[in-house]
Write a protein that binds this ligand. Structure first.
Ligand SMILES: [Fe+2]
Length: 199
């Protein structure tokens, strides 16, 4: 009699890409204008800030009326991923809390490796990302896998190509970074953290 093999896939880590709705995508250029105006008016913080190097950051986007449709789009995306039954228990519902901020990266800027600690889900909505302005790099959070490459993807850096109107969601514990902005223009995204609590 032949032996039988049973495989369990342990510690699966999801990452979701959600395309914003067309109506929202039409508003991306107006957000670029608004964000540039806020920066010009002296709002936010210039320079190095947390993981950001050579950029500009504005906090509390989720509290600003002018950015309500950005927050709505992120929450709409969240509702799509919560329907993913491979990851979430469909019989559960969740309360959520969100915080979000603008990341503007100047030419020559980047984001150092970091994670978002205890937040359930973190992610980014791309507002403006010219060619070569920096890809999102996701690192395997299990330190030991970097010493043995037997498993597929073990120790690999996963590359996510940014796209205007794309939202990327991932667990907040994942380490990640953003490459150097080698384009001649700024790169603009809205980053966010979401805390999920089962009701
Ligand atoms: Fe981050």
């Amino acid at each position: 009699m032949e032996s039988s093999v049973e495989v369990s896939e342990l510690f699966i880590t999801p990452l979701w890409r959600v395309n914003c709705r067309d109506e929202f995508k039409k508003s991306l250029s107006s957000y670029v204008q608004l964000i540039n105006k806020l920066r010009k008016d002296g709002e936010g913080d210039e320079g190095d800030n947390r993981s950001s190097r050579n950029g500009w950051r504005l906090d509390d986007v989720n509290l600003k009326d002018d950015f309500k449709s950005v927050t709505d789009e992120i929450i709409y995306g969240l509702s799509s991923i919560l329907a993913d039954e491979k990851v979430f228990n469909s019989s559960k519902t969740y309360d959520y809390r969100i915080e979000s901020w603008i990341n503007l990266t100047n030419k020559g800027g980047f984001n150092a490796v970091h994670n978002h600690g205890l937040w359930s889900i973190s992610g980014v909505l791309y507002i403006k990302c010219p060619k070569d302005s920096g890809r999102l790099l996701i690192r395997d959070p299990r330190p030991a896998v970097y010493y043995h490459k037997l498993l597929q993807q073990a120790g690999e850096e996963i590359v996510i190509e940014p796209k205007e109107g794309l939202i990327v969601f991932f667990p907040g514990f994942l380490e990640h970074s953003v490459e150097l902005n080698k384009s001649r223009q700024d790169r603009i995204s809205i980053a966010f953290n979401i805390s999920l609590t089962p009701k």
